[in-house]
Design a protein around this ligand. Structure first.
Ligand code: PEP
Length: 250
């Protein structure tokens, strides 16, 4: 079954109000691309303004807390993101898993909070280079998925992003064959856990996606879109990725 692709941009800690100017050309490309969905996850400070101005683009947060309210200085809840106009949120990004020591249980609680608040959770999983070199990439990813995935997830409320940690921001990528192998494994695990609903959950690939490799990666079976970091910061780099996704979705 072929799922509608999503091209999502993660701006990380990049972007001032002036950067929102990138959204107009991205929005035009997204509106022209009828067969795919497009999302941008700017920093929290820009979410409300982006959501108010983005045409044809879904806006997401980059993280949320598992609690709805409380004494959690500096954190943002899923409800706050919904209130600001977001429709999606990234949870479990590897930069947060490593820098903030987020566990699978933490990530699952965040994904549950996101879904509860009406957001689509983009749940990131991916192996380290050590795990891949040791031939344990599949085991590591399956275990992360098992630990992080809310059992109530559906194809409408959750998206998986497979992002090998060693490929993020490095310019190094797995081969198409390796990506296909991992997405197949993730699909099987999703079906194992969620039953038939697992067939509907989109699986994005992320890690050094650019306009040069997007068409190749997006043509791999079970690659239902891309999560893009560096190449999502400007329309000049991101629009060709949107166009590649639209073209391979014919
Ligand atoms: C990311 O941050 O999720 C990511 C995939 O980054 P990049 O595209 O820069 O590797």
């Amino acid at each position: 079954m072929s799922l509608r692709k999503l091209v999502a941009g993660n701006w990380k800690m990049n972007g001032l109000r002036i950067s929102l100017g990138e959204l107009a050309p991205i929005g035009r490309a997204a509106t022209a691309a009828k067969r795919i969905d497009v999302a941008i996850c700017p920093p929290f400070t820009l979410v409300a303004q982006a959501a108010a101005n983005a045409d044809g683009i879904a806006i997401g947060g980059q993280d949320c807390h598992f609690a709805t309210t409380g004494a959690y200085t500096g954190y943002i809840s899923a409800d706050m993101l919904t209130d600001a106009g977001a429709s999606h949120v990234i949870v479990g990004h590897s930069e947060r898993r490593s820098a903030n020591h987020e566990t699978d249980a933490d990530v699952r609680a965040k994904a549950e909070a996101a879904m509860e608040a009406g957001l689509v959770a983009i749940l990131c999983i991916g192996e380290t280079d050590k795990q891949r070199d040791a031939g344990r990439a599949g085991l590591a990813v399956a275990s992360q998925l098992d630990g992080s995935l809310p059992r109530t997830a559906t194809g409408d409320t959750l998206i998986i992003a497979y992002e090998p940690r060693w490929a993020i921001g490095t310019g190094r990528t797995p081969s198409s064959g390796e990506i296909g192998e991992m997405h197949k494994l993730i699909r099987a695990k999703l079906i194992d856990i969620l039953g038939t609903e697992g067939v509907r959950v989109r699986i994005l690939y992320g890690g050094s996606v650019t306009s040069h490799n997007a068409a190749e990666f997006l043509s791999v079976p079970d690659v239902d879109g891309a999560l893009v970091g560096g190449a999502s910061l400007t329309a000049a780099q991101f629009v060709p990725i949107i166009e590649a996704a639209e073209n391979v979705s014919q």
